[in-house]
Design a protein around this ligand. Structure first.
Ligand SMILES: N[C@@H](CCC(=O)N[C@@H](CS)C(=O)NCC(=O)O)C(=O)O
Length: 234
């Protein structure tokens, strides 16, 4: 029987199936990257809701796994060498799960690094910039009179969408015919920008037809539809 009792996070979120991979998350654009990949791979897992309403991410139990107090995080009872592995940062988790399952990351070294490059483009560019736009357009920052911060992130988000659109102009997915973790990292953020932040008109999304075409194909995938709702909000 797998024993995860050495990990304090399991005291607040007990594992009903300790032999399965444990996911601590919330269906936000960063959170769903991992639930979507897990659904795509078919790996057995158990999802635990980390509620921001009760600031679960600031509890000592959550901080014991991720001192950076952010979802998503995982605990794999069957990590490298058969030992448990705890991980945070969605990009690191996507890479780990892709390597563990041998799926959604090309085996060829050059294509593999190219996929990682686009994963980093999402992690360092699209995520932080779209997130700031969300703050200044949709969350508390929308009431600020000075629109210069918002406009800065509109311009940067638009520039990033242009880069992505150019990449997709001649490809089905970011890596061509292969659907990879680069897509799984990127499209939840594009969807969020349009559907949740209501910033589609602001960034001129109609100018990025290749992005919206790929986004539609992404959300049509059954595993994506399931992953977008995991963990279920209370
Ligand atoms: N770079 C991190 C960002 C994660 C992140 O920003 N998570 C947000 C939700 S989308 C969060 O947990 N916020 C809670 C907080 O900041 O207290 C990753 O990709 O995992």
């Amino acid at each position: 029987m797998t024993d995860l009792s050495a990990f304090p996070i399991t005291r607040k979120w007990p594992a009903q199936y300790p032999e399965r991979l444990q996911l601590y998350s919330l269906p936000t654009p960063n959170g769903v990257k991992v639930s979507i990949l897990l659904e795509e791979t078919g790996l057995p897992y158990e999802a635990h809701l980390v509620s921001f309403e009760t600031q679960d991410q600031l509890t000592p139990e959550f901080l014991s796994l991720n001192p950076n107090n952010k979802i998503p995080a995982i605990l794999d009872p069957n990590g490298p060498g058969g030992r448990p592995l705890a991980l945070f940062e969605s990009g690191a988790i996507l890479l780990y799960l892709a390597e563990k399952t041998g799926q959604f990351l090309p085996a060829d070294a050059a294509a593999r690094y190219e996929t990682i490059q686009w994963l980093m483009f999402q992690m360092a560019g699209i995520g932080p910039m779209f997130g700031q736009l969300g703050f200044f357009h949709f969350f508390a920052g929308k009431d600020y009179e000075d629109k210069r911060p918002r406009d800065r992130y509109v311009a940067e988000s638009r520039r990033l969408l242009g880069v992505l659109d150019q990449r997709l102009a001649t490809r089905t997915w970011i890596m061509g015919d292969d659907y990879t973790i680069a897509d799984i990292a990127t499209f939840p953020w594009v969807r969020n920008l349009i559907d949740r932040y209501q910033a589609g008109d602001l960034v001129g999304i109609q100018d990025f037809g290749h992005v919206t075409r790929a986004l539609a194909a992404f959300v049509a995938r059954p595993a994506v539809a399931r992953g977008l709702g995991i963990p279920t909000r209370a």
